[in-house]
Design a protein around this ligand. Structure first.
Ligand SMILES: [Zn+2]
Length: 334
């Protein structure tokens, strides 16, 4: 039995024999949005990255270690919501755009003067520093590339950066912002650091996976041993993986995974659209026990029972073949 785990890049799907739409539905997003900062984009975090109890819901953009970098509206629209909080997003602005999307800018310092004055007046009026304001379209309309705030380090932020999101206006579901920015190049392949093998007869909480190290050679990642033989009639897999892109110094979360068994697609996910209602199922997407005990994020190539992520159009799976007697996973002799 040959098992093949394929990790996808956002804009690198063409090398693969199966077209993306044969497995995942394809949605078109606007491609003309401006970037929220006028710096060379450098990401510290991307969409769908595993974080404690949630998937990261946007991009974390470096601001060169500084605060007070100007932040711009990515498209025409109006400021529809403003938050002043000492936790979470800190000082944040939401801009509603006519195409059906909302952009979110978080951990900010000051807003542009008219908005800042309005917020200060509301704080005095309500005698509360903490605010959540919903605004009407006529109050603060903005144009694409209009300066709206200075970046900062407010709320639950561990260093100056801009947390940037794009959400569906109707569903409020965060989308992968990179889908809107094809100019941000991603031609660097993701890689599997370790393959985790589980005994499918036992609950994930009653075992520790066997971890197998991999090595990369000529653009492919192999196990360093020739094959794995598993003495069980059920097995499932997980991966410790990371992605890279031109616009990031360190590693990022993986965009897409597809698992094939003897050439047949069995399971996969794409990080495109993860609602706040479902983000806690991150704990079912990964091996939670391994995270707690070993601090590994093992992303499962398998759906745990009651994992509601299966309902997401972009987080699809087609079930795992449970009737397999033995697995041989090709190593570098293949
Ligand atoms: Zn963030």
């Amino acid at each position: 039995m040959k098992i093949f785990v394929w990790l996808g890049m956002l804009f690198g799907l063409l090398q693969f024999p199966l077209k993306a739409q044969q497995i995942f539905p394809v949605h078109k997003y606007p491609q003309h949005y401006a970037l929220p900062v006028h710096l060379d984009i450098s990401l510290v975090g991307n969409f769908g990255e595993c974080r404690p109890d949630h998937f990261h819901s946007g991009l974390d953009i470096r601001t060169n270690g500084k605060e007070n970098v100007p932040v711009y509206s990515v498209q025409d629209g109006y400021i529809s919501r403003v938050i002043m909080d000492s936790k979470g997003f800190g000082h944040a602005i939401y801009i509603t755009h006519p195409e059906g999307y909302v952009s979110v800018y978080a951990h900010l310092n000051k807003f542009f003067p008219e908005l800042q004055q309005y917020v200060t007046r509301q704080q005095y009026k309500t005698q509360s520093w903490k605010q959540e304001m919903f605004l009407m379209p006529h109050q603060f309309p903005v144009r694409k590339n209009q300066w709206v705030a200075y970046s900062g380090n407010t709320g639950s932020s561990q260093g100056p950066h801009l947390h940037f999101e794009i959400r569906h206006t109707k569903t409020e579901s965060p989308l992968n912002p990179l889908l809107f920015y094809p100019q941000l190049k991603d031609t660097k392949a993701p890689t599997i650091r370790k393959l985790a093998v589980y005994d499918g007869r036992q609950s994930i909480y009653h075992q520790s996976p066997k971890l197998f190290t991999t090595q990369a050679a000529s653009g492919k990642t192999h196990l360093i041993i020739p094959s794995i033989t598993v003495e069980t009639d059920r097995v499932y897999l997980g991966i410790i993986a990371e992605d890279f892109m031109e616009s990031a110094k360190g590693s990022l979360g993986v965009y897409e995974m597809r698992l094939f068994e003897s050439g047949q697609f069995r399971f996969g996910w794409q990080m495109n659209d993860i609602s706040y209602d479902l983000t806690r199922y991150m704990n079912a997407h990964v091996d939670y026990k391994s995270k707690v005990l070993q601090n590994h994020w093992i992303q499962l190539c398998h759906r745990l029972p009651h994992d509601e992520l299966k309902n997401l159009p972009f987080f699809q799976c087609r079930g795992w073949h449970d009737q397999i007697k033995r697995y041989f996973i090709p190593g570098n002799s293949d």
